[in-house]
Design a protein around this ligand. Sequence first.
Ligand code: ACO
Length: 446
Amino acid sequence: MSTEPETASTPVAEANGTAGDTLSITDSRTGASYEIPIRDGAVRSLDLRQIKVDDDDFGLLAYDPAFMNTASCRSAVTYLDGDLGVLEYRGYPIEQLAEHSSYLEVAFLLVHGELPRTDELDAWVYDIKMHTFVHENLKSFIQGFRHDAHPMGMLLGAVGALSTFYPDANQIHDPDNRAIQTIRLIAKMPTLAAFSYRHNMGQPYVYPDNDLEYAGNLLGMLYKMTELKYQPDPRIAKALDVLFILHADHEQNCSTTAVRAIGSSQVDPYSAVAGGIAALYGPSHGGANEEVVRMLMRIGSNENIPDFIDGVKAGRERLMGFGHRVYKNYDPRARIIKKACDDVFEVTGINPLLAIATELEKIALGDDYFVSRRLYPNVDFYSGLIYQALGLPMAMFPVMFAIGRTSGWIAQWLEMVQDPEQKIARPRQIYTGERGRDYVPISQRD
Ligand code: ACO
């Protein structure tokens, strides 16, 4: 079983290191002793560099292939406690935000650090509505994809292409410039996502309707046909808005780490966020909701669940939507999403896969394999069922995730570019290959 650390964020207030605290290290190779300062419950890896066998030695490295126990930044955006199942954006619990806030208000909170006043929120929502349209050439760009291109691939290509429409976005040290690119990214993501969907469906692209709220406008761009005015069902729009809130940020996850690492080269935010979308595409990350539904369809009925669970335990299968690198108790977002499921199914009728999912969850939570490994449903166990009930094809699920996560990516990018401690991301390696070989002409290679 994994021996990974179970808590992600280290809260400064609870830091188990005050000024003067040190880690005493004795190097058994040399007998030399070192005092390494501890701050915020961490030691600086660079402080290990002084630990050398001799003057020619490069110095001790920290080896951490998947960043299992390495803090890559100081951040004030999102707090997680994996043991207690706590998730807070800028200090506000996710449960309260999901119940009382809206996605755009949460986006403001993530980006600016505080909940907006009424006038600030009005201005923010207005600005986002005024930037929902994309350049017509972007439409042609998406039209250039094959009819069956994966919409996540189209989205990542289109967001990368946005950087060519806004070449001044590389002025990342100009606060006004960062502000306008922030608005554009949050505003245009639903438009590009919906265009990708309509492209797959062979249907004409629908332009944004700025009379509608953020989620309602997305629904319109996805589903509007011949009606003059699309009227989203408010219960569906609300549930979608809640899903966006739940997905908005999750501190230093794989895609956010990608955004920060790419952004650390000082590239424009569109290119950095396109990298985040690429990372989110993978089945171990944002692609998991798609995999959950495929898995439930493959299981097919409740009587096949025991066989499936046996396959998981034998290592032939993976229970998608279960387990999390950080949450080892429960994922607080999974609880909220179950409620959103009820709201959506009230409108759309129950997704028949729900019964299999509920039974699968029940069996897994009572099985020692999952209990002992602390595997619980994560946010993606149920989100795919909602998207499916909305009539979205599975390939669109990670795209929906990407729309919500955009505000988090950009908030983290903004924090990173203004952090004086951040430099270009450039890890070290432990080289395991050959050295100093002489080139052999091809005629002499047997
Ligand atoms: N099904 C079966 N076994 C699992 C699962 C799972 N979903 N997840 C973890 N395990 C097992 C591993 O095989 C391992 O067992 P072992 O100790 O006997 O070798 C143990 O639990 C620990 O798992 P790790 O792989 O070390 O956990 P890690 O933190 O690296 O992985 C991850 C986390 C990738 C999320 C994993 O749990 C997984 O693959 N889950 C399914 C995919 C998924 O739902 N991803 C979405 C994550 S949430 C998000 O991105 C929004």
